[in-house]
Design a protein around this ligand. Structure first.
Ligand code: SUG
Length: 445
């Protein structure tokens, strides 16, 4: 069966800001309270989507979520009119207010885990929205994510959208950021690879000491069960807890895979040899051969990987079968990483081209090219069955740029979050967006 890999990028919402909400994410913590530029953030994201679509890659988007999240503020005891709720929250609990405003749904690698129909028992595409329960500002995303996925992937002949896992520490789930699919071709049966940071029911298993492990083994296992995956073709591996403590808060900050290529840092996994052997063996069941591209610490340190987001890149298969690596501008600017990449593309290996993007606004919150996209492999029939209004085209790009220009501010500082006028602007933008994307009723406004 032929199939294509669609990248669903998160459209950056109008309330994009820097609130330092993600302990363990070095960039988020270092840029706390600096001024953000939501307009530029959205345009940078759109420029990436447009360019990749122009190059012939299948590109779509997921809309932002409605913010400020007034329901959250009211649930936490703030009362009165919307303006009063915002003002009280700003005075009494500015961090909670920032959580209610966060545009973090832009990082759609954390929206859900997706299994293509070639891998699942009922031959439907399965989605499980991630509960993201490690961080307050992300823990409510799954409600709208489920609603959005149901609106786009409506036809239950082809698609199964599950609710998120129970929102408790045992089932901490961060979605596709800790999930990779390896296969001979996108349409063939693949191996699904889950990387977790700790095991809830076995405290003696490896776990970080300084920063939180957001993904548990129990959550990964539950998603594999829900999706009806074949256990022989499912690999679970422990992340190296030491790299979590160095700022690798998701596995996609230290490894990326696509097709039969796995590009990873030698320190990514708790047990590198066993992990690679498990992947090789599982792929061999379908006569596929793993092509590992292993980056030694002697070439790129973990600190450089975290600073440049080298591994938070997109591996995209070109029509000639070779790979392009979509990297953030920061990889150009880091001498060790730039040197490594120059050597790699000239080496005759599977990755033959680099595509750089300026995604600085997202990067300052710890979100690189791979964080900004959710991969959904679809057959031609499945692609026809999904909502067409979210597929990137030149016409949609132009409409979205005009929409951003009309509604977005170019500077947001912490005190702006108390301003009821800003809240109304954000809500108005999303109301208009439902028309641009032809998704009436998308939000429960
Ligand atoms: O969950 N940053 C996000 C970045 C997510 C990156 N995603 C992947 N690696 N797939 C996070 O830590 C920062 C928000 C703030 O501080 O304002 C934030 O949520």
């Amino acid at each position: 069966m032929t199939a294509r890999e669609f990248n669903f990028d998160g459209l950056v919402g109008p309330s994009h800001n820097y609130a330092g909400l993600s302990f363990g994410n070095v960039a988020s913590f270092s840029n706390v309270k600096s001024a953000s530029n939501p307009k530029q953030a959205a345009l940078q994201g759109l420029a990436k989507m447009r360019e990749l679509s122009r190059r012939g890659f299948a590109q779509a988007l997921l809309p932002p979520q409605d913010r400020p999240n007034m329901r959250l503020l009211r649930r936490l005891g703030f009362t009165g009119t919307d303006a009063q709720v915002l003002e009280k929250a700003y005075k009494e609990a500015p961090v909670i207010l920032a959580c209610a405003y966060s545009a973090s749904s832009m990082w759609t690698a954390n929206a859900a885990t997706v299994s293509p129909s070639a891998d699942t028992h009922d031959k439907r595409v399965h989605f499980t929205p991630a509960n993201l329960n490690n961080k307050l500002h992300r823990s409510e995303e799954h409600v709208q994510t489920e609603r959005t996925l149901r609106a786009i992937f409506k036809d239950d002949k082809y698609f199964a959208v599950h609710p998120a896992l129970p929102s408790t520490g045992a089932f901490g789930d961060e979605g596709a950021a800790n999930h990779t699919r390896l296969c001979a071709t996108h349409g063939s049966r693949g191996v699904e690879f889950f990387v977790y940071g700790r095991v809830e029911f076995d405290p003696s298993a490896p776990h970080p000491k300084k920063y939180p492990a957001r993904q548990t083994f129990e959550a990964s296992q539950a998603v594999a069960r829900l999706h009806g995956l074949d256990l022989e073709r499912t690999v679970f591996a422990s992340q190296n807890p030491d790299v979590i403590d160095m700022g690798v808060f998701h596995n996609d900050v230290i490894a990326v895979g696509s097709g039969n290529v796995l590009f990873y840092h030698e320190l990514a996994f708790a047990n590198e040899a066993a992990t690679i052997a498990d992947l090789r063996n599982a792929m061999a069941l379908d006569n596929a051969e793993l092509v590992p591209v292993r980056v030694p610490a002697a070439d790129v340190t973990v600190a450089d990987a975290v600073a440049s987001y080298l591994f938070n890149s997109q591996l995209l298969q070109k029509p000639n079968g070779k790979m392009a690596l979509v990297v953030p501008q920061e990889c150009h600017e880091n001498a060790a990483v730039a040197h490594y990449l120059d050597g790699m593309v000239g080496s005759g290996g599977p990755i033959e081209e680099l595509i750089h993007f300026d995604l600085r606004q997202s990067m300052r919150n710890g979100g690189g090219p791979a964080c900004l996209r959710l991969r959904v492999v679809l057959t031609a029939e499945e692609a026809q069955a999904m909502h067409q209004g979210v597929i990137m085209t030149e016409a949609l790009y132009a409409r979205l740029v005009a929409w951003v220009e009309k509604h977005y501010r170019d500077r947001v500082e912490p005190q702006d979050l108390a301003d009821a006028q800003f809240a109304r602007e954000c809500q108005q933008a999303l109301e208009d967006l439902t028309q641009v994307l032809d998704l009436p009723g998308l939000y429960d406004l």
